[in-house]
Design a protein. Structure first.
Lengths: 137, 273, 118
């Protein structure tokens, strides 16, 4: 059974509770301190993007399992969903240093590097769904 | 397999086996680089032949188990897979030859017979290849673990100065582990200066250099300093030829010089008494 | 929430004890600059030993604090960045290379002293 928690993000406090939920789950399924920090930071980036660009949305954090010939592996999956304006040019936002918020422009490409799997699905005017997975080593 | 074929093989088993054993001596020269003792080779061939003939009348499961134990034995002895595949190919050739020379099989059934034998040989080979690759994957996995454990300790040499000798090839996974060891060690020993010694790293390409640069940046963030030592001439050449910029942190040719720099950075020096 | 800023002779000491949220970080930026102005401090040590996560926004705020303080004539040293935090920052491509660092508060103060003597 997968453990799942969902956090609404529409204030800055949503960012804080989302990353706390992420850290707790990461700790629970046995991630080391570095990977805990990676997962928490990725959640923080995703939640902040929702808050900054879509105003509200949700972060879903769950455990997942995948079966292989060499056994099963466990991981943590983050889904960030919003009904905001969508991303016009996905390639552009994935470039290092690209920013519309005056930040470091490390957000989305940073999340991609912090996590193992990363996927963006966005429709302009309808919203964005970003999923990112970190596997237990 | 077709009863007539089985019967034919069974009737001529001694002849087939003799033929096969003879041809296997050629395989020996082909497959093995080093000399294999003659008796060992013959004994193994005996067992191999028994395995083949047994596979005709044994139950499917028994045949499998027999094949598996034979595979394990070959792996243990370190014999190449080609010994088995060539052995099977030779066997097929011998059987087909005796079928075509004999008249027991009607010529119109010939194609069908060929096909059946082909299928049977393939099945045996596939199964053994599976065994071999399975065992190979396990070995690979164990070696990976062993390599991980070997992964770079941080050694404190003086107060606030530590050395991390890197040995062997550095891939992404190992680089991550090395970085964690390095940073945790810095905190534990309160090291202000870390010397990363790459004398034992055979190749420094862009990837490896990237990992080293990242490690040194992380070291700086936790509040220490990195000096890269043990840069051999050929490594210096590749670094420059690849256009890798290591200008941001100090490099020294030897561990000794690195330690002297480390002493300077921590406001100390070595003097003769 | 406000982060306490302590004064020690000509220095300011800050030990951040919680994971920073955006508002706290921005508030801290403002408080620190005011305090530097008020006290005419020559140096600042920001200790991050208890901080378990720094994302790109917080990193930006901290980097800005250093730059702004420098403009006001105060040197800033960051200390105690945890390995996990450092690795995460590097993963994201944030290297904060203009920010002086030290292992802990004690070495941070030493570093400040050295830099101010030069």
């Amino acid at each position: 059974m997968s453990v799942q928690s969902s956090v609404e993000v529409h204030t800055e406090w949503g960012i804080v509770s989302a990353r706390q939920a992420g850290r707790n789950l990461a700790k629970e399924i046995g991630f080391g301190s570095v990977d805990q920090a990676r997962v928490t930071t990725a959640i923080s980036e995703l939640a902040r993007n929702i808050y900054l660009y879509a105003e509200k949305g949700e972060i879903i954090i769950e455990t997942i399992e995948q079966y292989h010939s060499s056994g099963a592996k466990k991981g943590i999956k983050i889904t960030a969903k919003d009904r905001g304006p969508g991303i016009k040019n996905i390639r552009e936002v994935m470039e290092d240093g690209f920013t519309t918020s005056g930040g470091l422009g490390a957000g989305l490409p940073g999340v991609k590097r912090l996590m193992d799997d990363f996927d963006i699905d966005s429709v302009v005017g309808e919203g964005t769904v970003i999923t990112a997975v970190k596997w237990l080593r | 397999m077709h009863a007539a074929v089985l019967e034919m093989i069974y009737n001529q088993r001694n002849e087939i086996k003799e033929n096969w054993s003879e041809k296997m001596t050629l395989v020996r020269n082909d497959v093995f680089k080093e000399k294999v003792p003659k008796t060992l080779f013959q004994d193994t061939n005996e067992e191999f032949a028994a395995l083949i003939f047994n596979s005709f009348d044994a139950e499917l499961e028994d045949g499998r188990a027999f094949l598996r134990s034979f595979a394990e034995k070959l792996i243990r002895m370190g014999w190449p897979l080609s010994y088995f595949t060539k052995g099977m190919q030779t066997f097929r050739r011998v059987v087909l030859e005796s079928i075509s020379s004999g008249s027991e099989i009607p010529s119109k059934k010939m194609y069908e017979t060929f096909y059946e034998i082909e299928e049977w040989v393939d099945e045996m080979v596939n199964q053994l290849v599976d065994e071999y690759s399975g065992s190979w994957e396990t070995t690979l996995h164990q070696q990976r673990l062993a390599l991980k454990e070997l992964s770079a300790p941080l050694i404190p040499v003086f107060d606030n100065i530590s050395v991390m000798p890197l040995i062997g090839t550095i891939d992404t996974e190992r680089a991550k582990l090395i970085m964690e060891n390095l940073l945790d060690g810095i905190i534990e020993h309160r090291s202000q200066v870390v010397l990363i010694d790459i004398t034992g790293v055979p190749v420094v390409d862009t990837m490896v250099a990237h990992h080293i640069i990242q490690a040194s940046e992380a070291v700086r963030l936790v509040g220490a300093e990195c000096i890269l030592v043990g840069i051999r001439p050929e490594i210096a050449q590749t670094i420059v030829n690849l256009g890798i910029d290591l200008g941001k942190f100090p490099t020294k040719s030897s561990l000794r010089k690195g330690i002297e720099t480390g002493m300077e950075l921590t406001k100390r020096q070595i003097i003769n008494v | 929430m406000r982060i306490p800023i302590l004064k020690l002779q000509q220095y300011l000491l800050i030990s951040v004890q919680v994971d920073l949220d955006d508002q706290t970080a921005l508030q801290f930026q403002e408080d620190l600059l005011n305090k530097i102005h008020q006290e005419g401090s020559a140096g600042v040590v920001i200790d991050l030993t208890s901080v378990e996560m720094i994302d790109s926004f917080i990193a930006k705020v901290l980097g800005d604090v250093v730059e702004m303080s420098n403009l006001m004539g105060a040197r800033v040293v960051m200390t105690g960045i945890q390995p996990a935090v450092a690795i995460t920052l590097i993963d994201m491509g944030i290297i904060l290379d203009d920010v002086p660092t030290a292992l802990d508060l004690e070495q941070g103060l030493e570093k400040l002293q050295q830099e101010l003597e030069e």
